[in-house]
Design a protein around this ligand. Structure first.
Ligand code: NI
Ligand code: MN
Length: 226
């Protein structure tokens, strides 16, 4: 599996020859100004919730790539109104097998509304199971005991967690989340983009190394292989 970071909570995973893009927010992010939106051609786009910093580029990337958009029912309804036609609706706890593997939507403890303020359903995370390995992207969330349910069914290779605090977990809580889901490699997301979530990278990394785990902070545009 190859993971490429596009800034904030946006990343692409290449698995079984398919490109899975999560939470596209690139063009409004000045830290990601070197990323060329038109070169991002996913096969799937997963959206964790309706907030602007998770779907700002959804419609344009979905239109240029004709990727299948996956999110909760309310996202399906909203995206249809934006003119998208290739959308698969799911909801919390639901599983679905696609051509790259199986997806399950998990609980996320956060809020969710679309940029116009309309109701966006519940925020979610994603557990992705494939023949090449399994990973968990929590979406924006607080630390929650629900995470302990995930390893009862799925053995994870790595996880992607928000670490910016203020709106989500900080690195210390994300380290506890890693313990809950039984992973020792975590890619950090949702930090430094805005003043509210600027963090000290060394302090964040120490929250993991002090308990024998690794927090990976990728440069925007950087790719890592698992
Ligand atoms: Ni949010
Ligand atoms: Mn967010």
């Amino acid at each position: 599996m190859k993971v490429t970071y596009y800034g904030h909570s946006c990343f692409m995973v290449e698995v079984k020859g398919k490109k899975l893009l999560f939470d596209p927010f690139i063009s409004p992010n000045p830290l990601a100004s070197h990323i060329k939106l038109e070169e991002i051609q996913p096969d799937y786009i997963f959206v964790s919730h309706g907030h602007e910093d998770h779907l700002a580029d959804l419609v344009s990337i979905a239109k240029q790539s004709n990727a299948l958009v996956v999110g909760v029912w309310e996202l399906y309804v909203w995206a249809t109104k934006q003119g998208l036609t290739n959308i698969h609706p799911m909801n919390t706890g639901g599983r679905k097998t696609f051509d790259f593997g199986t997806v399950q939507l998990t609980n996320a403890v956060h809020s969710s509304s679309f940029p116009d303020g309309s109701y966006a359903g519940n925020p979610v995370g994603f557990v992705i199971e494939t023949e090449e390995g399994n990973f968990y992207y929590s979406g924006d969330t607080a630390l929650t005991f629900d995470m302990q349910l995930i390893p009862k069914r799925t053995t994870l290779n790595f996880a992607l967690f928000p670490i910016g605090s203020n709106f989500t977990m900080d690195a210390e809580d994300a380290s506890k989340a890693a313990d809950f889901v039984l992973v020792n490699k975590v890619i950090g997301l949702h930090y430094d983009t805005f003043g509210f979530i600027q963090i000290d990278h060394e302090v964040a990394k120490k929250a993991f190394t002090s308990s024998g785990k690794e927090l990976i902070l990728l440069n925007i545009g950087e790719t890592i292989t698992f």
